[in-house]
Design a binder for this molecule. Structure first.
Ligand SMILES: Nc1ncnc2c1ncn2[C@@H]1O[C@H](COP(=O)(O)OP(=O)(O)OP(=O)(O)O)[C@@H](O)[C@H]1O
Length: 270
């Protein structure tokens, strides 16, 4: 059975059943069953090439499953997506234009009333992320953190039922990491938006995480951080001796090469 994205009337925001994704002989994951509840925050972890971005692409309807089914509440149009950060150099684009791309259709050709409604939504999204002050500046002159706030606003402006975040904290300093993760957390609490958050670093978001999906080389584990982030579970996934050490409120993974949490972030374009 080939999967298609279907609208879903039941309670899960995202449901994967028997999901398998393979490129040729290479199986990224197989037999993946995952229900994400409205308002739930799921961290997606795993080393480079384990299939985290591919999972986002499946949920967006851009990549068909090899087998199994995927369903997203409201269909792909109710998904907000924060892609991996790339610096935007455009001087012809303003922040409010970028955020407006998160709404269906274009401002051109709309009647006065629809244009006014659109502007109200964009202004509200800009205000929610604290970007109103630079909404009319060319995006290319803004800092990485400012651009990232605009991407969050763009993902939220369409009132998503599901928010997919692909390493949204990459290249942000600690203060901006906090701002962006707090914005995402506030949204899911206020609007019941389900969040799937791809990251190489669980610690900055650990207080927010309800469950972890950990992908390694065709194997995976789903559970609470306390269930998944253990020496036994990660050693099984990595098929080598991995030690999970808790220091205060942080989790450190040591003892294996290619274990992602203690590696520095890979550079853009990797
Ligand atoms: N369309 C495709 N055809 C063939 N192989 C692909 C395709 N898309 C991705 N891959 C391969 O699948 C693997 C998983 O890629 P993916 O980008 O999903 O990994 P990831 O976990 O997000 O990695 P990273 O942490 O490096 O971003 C990679 O080895 C990649 O080269």
């Amino acid at each position: 059975m080939t999967a298609g994205i279907a609208e879903r009337s039941v309670t899960s925001a995202v449901a994967l059943r028997g999901a398998r994704l393979a490129y040729g002989d290479r199986v990224l994951w197989d037999g993946l069953d995952l229900d994400v509840a409205p308002g739930e925050f799921v961290a997606v972890l795993g080393p480079n090439g384990s299939g985290k971005t591919s999972l986002m692409r499946v949920l967006l309807g851009l990549q068909p499953l090899s087998t199994g089914t995927v369903e997203v509440a409201g269909g792909p149009r109710r998904i907000g997506y924060i892609p991996q950060q790339r610096a935007i150099s455009s001087l012809g684009l303003r922040g409010r234009d970028l955020v407006g791309f998160g709404l269906d259709g274009h401002a051109w050709g709309l009647g006065f009333r629809r244009r006014a409604e659109r502007r109200i939504k964009v202004d509200a999204a800009l205000a929610a992320v604290g970007a109103a002050a630079y909404a009319d500046a060319p995006v290319g002159v803004l800092s990485g953190g400012e651009q990232q706030r605009l991407r969050v606003a763009q993902a939220l402006v369409g009132d998503p039922a599901v928010l997919l975040c692909d390493e949204p904290l990459l290249s942000l300093d600690l203060a901006h990491q906090r701002v962006v993760s707090d914005l995402i957390d506030a949204r899911r609490r206020a609007a019941g938006t389900a969040v799937l958050f791809v990251t190489h670093e669980i610690n900055p978001i650990l207080p927010l995480v309800d469950r972890v999906l950990y992908l390694v080389d065709g194997r995976f584990e789903v559970g609470t951080p306390a269930e998944v982030m253990t020496s036994a579970t990660l050693s099984r996934l990595y098929r080598t001796n991995v030690e999970v050490v808790r220091v205060r409120d942080q989790i450190h993974v040591v003892g294996a090469q290619h274990v992602c949490e203690d590696e520095p972030h890979h550079a853009e374009g990797d």
